[in-house]
Design a protein around this ligand. Structure first.
Ligand code: SAH
Ligand code: ZN
Ligand code: ZN
Ligand code: ZN
Ligand code: ZN
Length: 420
């Protein structure tokens, strides 16, 4: 889809030169597209680009994949193969071509219901950054939104939540929740119909399936029979918050424009799952959002697993435009309700009388600094040189413009230690 317009700024200079680059790949190694804003592009180069795009289409369309799936499920399990190298369900006629690839045999219905287990996670940091919810967190999210009364979930970059919903719906007639997955990972088109999955880029709000896919999404957002919709998204953490926010506002606008029987909310309810150190960036774009203390855990991310096991605690939180007091966090995991703040907080989060709020962001107990007039991390001390709190062994240097991610000086967002 469309490139994004960036600006190169060099220190001291106000105006930088503007250029277009790929919205989805934040690493030039993944996509080399680059064009100055004012650059004249020759006919030959345009033609070459188009040629390149034609040659880099997926081997099957979504429609073809849906038909292939229909054929696949009719095969006896002895004939169901999945090529791990091509990440593709294989029909018997194709076995030959993949004979020297690694493949899985006897694919079960249960496996087809959990494509996120079958497909390998695309972990390349700068593009897909596919980190899958731990079952505990996924189950928590689903129960939470059901308890809140939602019956439709727009799953934007949350394939595991989508598959949990689809899987329950296919096995239990009473289960009335529905989900539509929007994701850039086209491999999912092998498992879901056009009504269940749209190939979508959340950095530029591009539907690869064109107007038909847009219409699918619009229809899904239309709340019939009082079936309320919530959007749940878990974007790559390296992503530009402004680009994401702009797309999410467009999805919200889509929701608003569908005719509603009665508006309970002015804004489409949303869970945006993101690390706590992005709080101020998210609030810049969505001032009405609050950050919940719940720590979201992942399966394939060694660092982002639950704290109790001695591992590092997950920095990932839920940001939402719902009233914080409605978001009930599990007491068996140590969360408790703070009556002053009117929200659930983590066990280590102490209510600070001076700030009049539960101030910890990372789950540890924070301490109040009278000079800074706010609570700070337990490992920080007030530095009279810098006139603020910092790690004891920081170097007192004049701070330049901080990193866009964590706000600290000395590195750019691409090298932010919070992300690695
Ligand atoms: N925790 C989630 C997965 C989050 S990982 C779960 O378990 O369901 C981030 C997801 O965003 C991946 O599924 C990835 O394919 C998707 N993604 C990455 N870049 C994207 C983009 N530009 N547009 C849409 N989806 C994207
Ligand atoms: Zn293969
Ligand atoms: Zn409190
Ligand atoms: Zn305080
Ligand atoms: Zn201080």
């Amino acid at each position: 889809g469309p490139a994004l317009l960036f600006v190169k700024t060099s220190q001291g200079k106000e105006e930088g030169r503007r250029f277009y680059a790929c919205s989805a790949c934040r690493d030039r190694k993944d996509c080399s597209f680059f064009q100055w804003e004012d650059e004249k592009v020759s006919e030959t180069r345009l033609a070459a680009r188009e040629e390149y795009n034609r040659n880099h289409q997926p081997s099957f369309t979504h429609r073809q994949n849906v038909d292939r799936y229909k054929n696949f499920v009719q095969l006896p399990s002895s004939k169901r193969r999945f090529c791990q190298e091509c990440q593709q369900l294989l029909l018997p006629a194709e076995w030959e071509k993949h004979s020297d690839h690694h493949f899985l045999c006897d694919i079960t219905t249960a496996q087809l219901r959990s494509p996120s287990q079958l497909l390998y996670p695309l972990e390349n940091k700068k593009t897909n950054a596919q980190y899958l919810f731990a079952d505990r967190s996924c189950q928590f999210l689903l129960n939470l939104l059901i308890d809140l009364g939602f019956r439709r979930v727009l799953s934007v970059g949350t394939p595991r939540l989508h598959e949990m919903i689809q899987s329950k719906a296919s096995q239990d007639e009473e289960f009335s929740v529905r989900s539509l997955l929007l994701d850039i990972d086209f491999r999912y088109s092998q498992f879901y119909t056009e009504d269940e999955f749209c190939h979508y880029n959340m950095f530029n709000h591009h539907f690869f399936g064109g107007e038909a896919a847009r219409e699918t999404c619009r229809k899904f957002l239309y709340e019939e029979n009082g079936e309320r919709v919530i959007m749940v998204t878990d974007p790559p953490f390296g992503g530009l918050v402004e680009a994401l926010a702009s797309s999410f506002k467009k999805l919200m606008a889509m929701w608003r424009e569908t005719e509603k029987e009665g508006h309970d909310y002015k804004e489409m309810p949303m869970f945006w799952i993101f690390p706590y150190f992005f709080e101020s960036r998210i609030l810049d774009f969505f001032p009405g959002f609050s950050m919940m203390d719940y720590q979201v855990d992942y399966d394939n991310h060694a660092l982002y697993k639950h704290g109790k096991t001695g591992r590092k605690q997950s920095p990932v939180r839920i940001f939402t435009n719902l009233t914080p007091s409605m978001i009930v966090l599990p007491e068996e995991e140590g969360y408790r309700f703070c009556t002053v703040c009117q929200r659930y907080v983590s066990s280590g989060n102490q209510h600070c009388e001076i700030c009049n709020s539960c101030t910890s962001k990372d789950g540890r107990r924070w301490k109040h600094c009278v000079l800074c007039k706010k609570c700070v991390k337990p490992s920080w001390f007030h530095c009279n040189n810098c006139n603020c709190c910092a790690l004891q062994k920081h170097s007192c240097e004049k701070t330049d413009v901080g990193c866009f991610v964590c706000g600290k000086a000395g590195h750019k967002r691409s090298a932010c230690p919070s992300l690695s």
